[in-house]
Design a protein around this ligand. Structure first.
Ligand SMILES: Nc1ncnc2c1ncn2[C@@H]1O[C@H](COP(=O)(O)OP(=O)(O)O)[C@@H](O)[C@H]1O
Ligand SMILES: [Mg+2]
Length: 221
């Protein structure tokens, strides 16, 4: 049985997919086998889900991108709604089965959520409920810039008040060098949460395996 982490974020678009790929590269550099699993991906128009396709390409995964997801839906919305408009229902059991299969296959499995912690997969079941069932530590991706103190503290509360384990925070889209605000955000959040800062990722001009390989050396995982 491998080790798994749940990659969530303070919001949609904060960089969960990018950070999943970077974390995966960091683990591959340590000669670990790494898998990626995206239980639900929405906004999938064609055959290839974008997040799963990106991580497949960067990490060189053998599975078809589609098979890295339990569910894909067209509407780029919260999973509960994207499923509903297609007349479908997300079954938690199916996600748990797929998770178990991937976890057995790899030494490390990175599970990427959708949106943030309180996003519904069904009207009665949030991402946070899924993490609780999977029973794996959470890595929180947060922005480095203005506004992140409130979003990050709310997310850390949502994790801890629900009895989930916070493995650490990755700050993304940081200016290089860090601005006075970003520097203080990271320091203040480390102090207030006591959480481990796993890394600070700069705003990248180009995103390629080469640039991500350089960044991944700076992560502590
Ligand atoms: N550090 C970064 N530098 C440059 N672009 C970034 C960075 N992090 C994320 N992005 C871009 O921002 C968008 C959202 O990132 P993504 O990882 O898909 O977020 P999420 O998975 O949380 O929705 C993508 O287009 C991604 O390439
Ligand atoms: Mg994503």
């Amino acid at each position: 049985m491998g080790t798994a982490f749940f990659i969530t974020g303070t919001d949609t678009g904060v960089g969960k997919t990018l950070v999943s790929a970077i974390l995966g590269l960091a683990l591959q550099n340590k000669r670990k086998s790494v898998g990626y699993f995206k239980p639900v991906e929405t906004g999938v128009e064609g055959d290839e889900p974008e997040d799963a396709g990106f991580c497949k390409a960067i990490l060189g995964l053998k599975e078809d991108a589609k098979n890295l997801c339990s569910y894909t839906f067209k509407l780029p919305a919260s999973p509960h709604l994207s499923a509903e408009v297609e007349g479908k229902e997300i079954k938690v059991e199916k996600i748990l089965e797929d998770f178990k299969r991937f976890k057995e296959k790899y030494e490390y499995l990175l599970v990427e959520g959708a949106g943030g912690l309180l996003v519904p997969l069904r009207r009665d079941f949030l991402i946070r409920d899924l993490i609780k069932l999977l029973n794996i530590p959470v890595i929180l991706v947060a922005r480095a810039g203005l506004g992140t103190i409130n979003h990050t503290l709310l997310s850390v509360e949502a994790i801890r008040n629900y009895g989930l384990e916070l493995a650490g925070i990755v700050f993304n889209q940081a200016t290089q060098p860090l601005t006075i605000i970003e520097k203080d955000n990271i320091k203040t959040l480390a102090e207030l949460t006591g959480a481990k800062v796993l890394g600070v990722i700069p705003k990248l001009k180009s995103i390629s395996k080469e640039t991500l390989l350089k960044i991944c050396e700076k992560l502590s995982i």
